[in-house]
Write a protein that binds this ligand. Sequence first.
Ligand code: ASP
Length: 350
Amino acid sequence: MSLKRAFLSIFTAFWVLSSVVGCTADSSGASESDVAIVIHGGAGTILKATMTDETEAAYRAKLEEALRAGHDVLSEGRSSLDAVIAAIQIMEDSPLFNSGVGAVFTSEGTHELDASIMDGATRNAGAVAGVKTVRSPIALARIVMEKSPHVMMSGSGAEAYAEENGLEMVENSFFYTERRFNALKRAQEREMSTLQVDAFDLPLSPGAEKIGTVGAVALDRQGNLAAGTSTGGMTNKKFGRVGDAPIIGAGTYADNRTAAISATGHGEYFIRGVIAHDIASRIDYAGEDLVTAANAVIMDKLGELGGTGGVISLDRSGAIAMPFNTEGMYRGYIDMDGNMVIQIYGPSGE
Ligand code: ASP
């Protein structure tokens, strides 16, 4: 090989290599506007016919506040994990949702909170179950993920870890709302063993399961996905019941290679169906796009099991899917073009 040809092939190899690297950087979503966030505030029997204008306006305003808080974080160039925390903490602090203040009651008249978070870049995850005195369970889930060698902590151990790490601790009564207390009384009067108590003091019926868990999924400028979920679980829950929200793969999952997912609904079915991970697996193994995968899992698989609920989901291209098989799901997003959408009801009620 002549010197000239050798030089040419080295030059060509270098050019090909830098194009590939350049390509990877582009497809990682590195451009400044390439951020997105999707949130939910619970799925269940949410009907326009039974919603007052005032209540609807309150939900819309709080969902917008949470979306903007998360989006501001992303616009500043901070991480999708920061955005998920910012959005969820707005909802944890609002009595409208079943997480933090406004969490449902256990059968013993207390609040036991579950939360989890997952980092799509590393697939590291953190979760807490049955915590009673931590103001922000989602913040504790992140500390478990980032500071401990573990993925999940529960009960008094998780609370001790929160205190050790300087998180704000509160009395269990901090989470009290009259509405949720009345829901517990109604459930107990009717001897419902688990959940399905409507949030608007509507007459209780087996299908009236507005529950109110919150969740967020986000994509940051670095092209990293994250997902988080926070909940009080189910009204009148007993025996230290833990739902899907803190179970990685059931209620929460994030993987840059597939999608970020947060679920809401009847947790036992989401655990049995490993719902969040199943959506990611269909993308991974079957090559499905996000919308196809999320719809199939919620509309077919979850329904076949007998489960009710929905998910919010987002991939690195900015695709968004928010399927649910209940009458409604509080939900919203700000997409990569900056469009904000907030929805509450199903196709028939919107
Ligand atoms: N999935 C939650 C649980 O089962 C409840 C909900 O999403 O509303 O604990």
